[in-house]
Design a protein around this ligand. Structure first.
Ligand code: NDP
Length: 465
C-alpha cells in the first residue's frame, strides 16, 4: 500500500466523505453525539477511501451509518408506591457483518436515540478490533436506577425485558452492561428472559458466576484499559511504574482501572461522580479502593463521602458554571477518563497538556471531544481511543459467550491471560495500521481504519443486505 495520493484520489475521498456526512446530518437531526462519532471515523478513513473505489461504488459508508434495525418501545412499570411509571426502551442493532449484534445496555436519564446510535456505531469498530466474531449494537433506557429500591429496579428490568426478549437471542443479539447496568440489573434481566423463553442460554453477558458468568468480566474493561496504556508507554520505552494517574468516574470501569494501576505500580489520585471530584494527594491505595467499592456497589452512596472518611482528600463539587473540569487540572502523568462522553473538552485538554500529561487512555466511550483529541495528537501525547483502549470489556464478553457455548468455565488466570493478549494484539494492530497508512503514532486512525476494513470487507463479501 502506497501512502502517497494523487490529487484525484484525495478529491474522491474528500468529496465522498463530505457528501455522506451531509446526508448523516440531514437524516439524523438533533443527534450531535452520533454526528461526532461518525465524523471521527470518516476523518480517519481519508487515506483508505482514495485507494479503494470499490467501497464508494458499494456505498459502504452510506450503509455503515444506517442501523440494520432500530427498536424503540414503551416500558411501563409500577413503583414501590403503586404509581404507574413509563420509560422509553431502545435497542440499536447496528451491524451484523462479522457476528451477532453485541453491545451494552445503558440506564441513565440522559439516554436518547442519538446517544445510543453513537455508542452502537463505535461498538461496530471496537468489536471488530477484538479479533472475536461480534457485530455491533447498543441499547438502554432513560430509566435512572440511582436512588431506586432493588424492587423498583427489578420491576423496571422485568418490563424492559418483556419487550426486548422478542428481539435478542444467543445467536442474534447479546446485550451486556454499561452505565447504570451492573450485576444486579443483568440478574433481573436474565431472570425475566429465562422465564419468558424457558431457555437457559448465553443471551446476556456480565452474568453472575453461579449462572453462566465469566471470571474477570467485571474487571475486564478497567484492566484492559490499563494493559493498553502499558503497551502505549512501552512503545516509548516507558512504563506505568510510579506514574501519577487521574481517573474519572467511580463505577465499574474506574474501580478496576484503579485496581490494575495499583498492580502495575502507578499512583491513582482521583475519582468522581456526577456530583463532583475527589483528589487524594496520598493516592488511592487498596484499602481506600475497597472502601470505594463498598460505597458504590453495596451502599450506593456518593463519592463526596470519600473526603469525609479520608481526611487528606479534598472534594470539589460539580460547578456547571465552570468551563473546565478541575479533575483534569491536577498535575499528573496519565489520564483515564472513565465516566461518560465528552468529559474532556478543549479547555481540559489544554490544562492537561500544560501540566505535562504523557498519556490519555479512554476507559469511557468518546470521553474526549473532537477538538480535544486533535490537541492531544498535535502535542504528541500518547492517546488511546476508547474503541481500542476499552475493548477489553466486550472482548471478555466474547470469552463469556465462548464459555457458554462450550458449557465450560475457564479459570481467572486463563481469562486474564487471554484478555491481556487481546489488548496487546489490539495495540499492535492499531499501531501498525497507523504506520501503514502514513500516520505513525496516531492510534485514533489506526483503530478506526483497522476496525473498518474487516467490517467493510465482510459487507462486500455478503452482498447487498
Ligand atoms: P457505571 O454506571 O458503573 O459508572 C459510571 C460512572 O460515571 C459513575 O461514577 C457515574 O456517576 C459517572 N457518570 C455517568 N454519567 C455521568 C455524567 N453525565 N456526568 C458525570 N459523571 C457521570 O458505568 P461504567 O463504569 O460501566 O461505564 C463508564 C463508561 O465506560 C461509559 O462511557 C461506558 O460506556 C464505558 N464502557 C463501559 C464498559 C463496561 O464494561 N462497563 C465497556 C466499555 C466502555 P453517577 O453515579 O453520579 O451517575
Amino acid at each position: 500500500m502506497s501512502t502517497t495520493f494523487t490529487p484525484t484520489e484525495t478529491r474522491r475521498s474528500d468529496d465522498y466523505i463530505e457528501s455522506v456526512m451531509g446526508t448523516v446530518k440531514a437524516k439524523n437531526p438533533a443527534e450531535p453525539e452520533f454526528h461526532q462519532a461518525v465524523q471521527e471515523v470518516f476523518d480517519s478513513l481519508r487515506p483508505v477511501l482514495g485507494k479503494h473505489p470499490e467501497y464508494l461504488s458499494a456505498k459502504i459508508l452510506e450503509r455503515i451509518v444506517e442501523p440494520e434495525r432500530v427498536i424503540t418501545f414503551r416500558v411501563p412499570w409500577f413503583d414501590d408506591q403503586g404509581n404507574v411509571q413509563v420509560n422509553r426502551g431502545f435497542r440499536i442493532e447496528m451491524n451484523s457483518a462479522i457476528g451477532p449484534y453485541k453491545g451494552g445496555l445503558r440506564f441513565h436519564p440522559s439516554v436518547n436515540l442519538g446517544i445510543l446510535k453513537f455508542l452502537a456505531f463505535e461498538q461496530v469498530f471496537k468489536n471488530s478490533l477484538t479479533t472475536l466474531p461480534m457485530g455491533g449494537g447498543k441499547g438502554g433506557s432513560d430509566f435512572d436506577p440511582k436512588g431506586k429500591s432493588d424492587n423498583d429496579v427489578m420491576r423496571f428490568c422485568q418490563s424492559f425485558m418483556t419487550e426486548l426478549s422478542r428481539h435478542i437471542g444467543p445467536d442474534t443479539d447479546v446485550p451486556a452492561g454499561d452505565i447504570g447496568v451492573g450485576g444486579r440489573e443483568i440478574g433481573y434481566l436474565f431472570g425475566q428472559y429465562k422465564r419468558l423463553r424457558n431457555e437457559f442460554t448465553g443471551v446476556l453477558t456480565g452474568k453472575g458466576l453461579n449462572w453462566g458468568g465469566s471470571l474477570i468480566r467485571p474487571e475486564a474493561t478497567g484492566y484492559g484499559c490499563v494493559y493498553f496504556a502499558a503497551e502505549m508507554l512501552k512503545s516509548r520505552q516507558d512504563s506505568l511504574e510510579d506514574k501519577l494517574c487521574l481517573v474519572s468516574g467511580s463505577g465499574n470501569v474506574s474501580q478496576y482501572t484503579v485496581e490494575k494501576l495499583l498492580d502495575l505500580g502507578a499512583k491513582p489520585l482521583t475519582l468522581s461522580d456526577s456530583n463532583g471530584v475527589i483528589y487524594d494527594p496520598d493516592g488511592i491505595d487498596r484499602e481506600k479502593l475497597a472502601w470505594v467499592m463498598d460505597l458504590k456497589n453495596v451502599r450506593r452512596g456518593r463519592i463526596c463521602e470519600y473526603a469525609d472518611n479520608f481526611k487528606k482528600a479534598v472534594f470539589m463539587p460539580t460547578d456547571i458554571k465552570l468551563e473546565h473540569n478541575p479533575l483534569w487540572n491536577i498535575k499528573a502523568d496519565c489520564a483515564f477518563p472513565s465516566a461518560t462522553q465528552n468529559e474532556i473538552t478543549a479547555k481540559d485538554a489544554i490544562n492537561l497538556i500544560e501540566n505535562g500529561i504523557k498519556l490519555v487512555a479512554e476507559g469511557a466511550n468518546m470521553p474526549t471531544t473532537l477538538e480535544a483529541t486533535k490537541l492531544f495528537l498535535e502535542a504528541k501525547v500518547l492517546f488511546g481511543p476508547g474503541k481500542a483502549a476499552n475493548a477489553g470489556g466486550v472482548a471478555t464478553s466474547g470469552l463469556e459467550m465462548a464459555q457458554n457455548s462450550a458449557r465450560l468455565s475457564w479459570t481467572r488466570k486463563e481469562v486474564d491471560e487471554r484478555l491481556h493478549k487481546i489488548m496487546i494484539a489490539i495495540h499492535s494492530n492499531c499501531f501498525e495500521t497507523a504506520e501503514k497508512y502514513g500516520t505513525a503514532g496516531n492510534l485514533v486512525n489506526g483503530a478506526n481504519i483497522a476496525g473498518f476494513l474487516k467490517v467493510a470487507n465482510s459487507m462486500l463479501d455478503q452482498g447487498l443486505v
